[in-house]
Design a protein around this ligand. Sequence first.
Ligand code: CO
Length: 306
Amino acid sequence: MGDELELERILERYRAAGRILVEVREAALELVKPGNRLLDVAEFVESGIRDRGGEPAFPCNISRNEEAAHATPSIDDESVFEQDDLVKLDIGVHIDGYIADSAVTVDLSADGKHKELISASESALYEAIKVIHDGVSTVEIAEVIENAIRERGYKPIVNLSGHGLARYNSHAPPTIPNVKYEHGHGVILKTNDVIAIEPFATDGGGKVVEGGNVEIYSLIKPKPVRMREAKKLMNEIKKYHGLPFARRWLPRERLNLVLKTLKDTGVLRDYPVLREEDKGLVAQAEHTVIVKEDGCEVTTSSTPKQ
Ligand code: CO
């Protein structure tokens, strides 16, 4: 019984993180408009999370067009949303380490030219959510996602997948692939597992590669380093508990050298921007769910019950 109380408290934190995420996501969507700065949207999201008593579980990702993930504005980024952009807004919120993770794609064309592609990723997400319950296999979820995207004439991105969520771990096992042949027998989900489902659909070849730009890092583990600023930074980032953080959140003193030193010594990992290899357009839809006996509870849905 003590265990159940503890479980309920944990699930309540997952739900509270989800409620903050929904409010911030809906407000931020109003700002994703041609001419507005990406940096302003990212800062709006991150400060909106903190103002509501949460913390960002990772920097606000704003990936456009052939970028699929891991793009976030730099500290003095002047880039603005352009007419015709296809914008992925991927947001993470945590409370006490318990994470909500959700993404939406916005069509900034005047004639709705990205509508079908966005609808492919959204249908895949909603069809996946419908089959989730205690005992479902990740292979079955992957098959539903793949079929939904292919039926609409697009390809799923084979090397991006949904994932479990655990305390201070934004990519915990199991992997939820977006194509059925990738992962053999898969994993059976059980009641109260918390997972993020995130189908990516593209009109390109269906694979992402690393681009050059890096704005996001996370701590692998602290190690002894000589450089004073590197030592200082290592202390500074302990507060993220291993969750990803943005370069623009850090003190600027010799920052390029400090980050390079910590990366080279294996203290940090970096997250280069991921782009579709054929420069295909990419749409993403993502929700976090808690697996239940006969279904699942979506913690990041704007409608109260899924
Ligand atoms: Co995710």
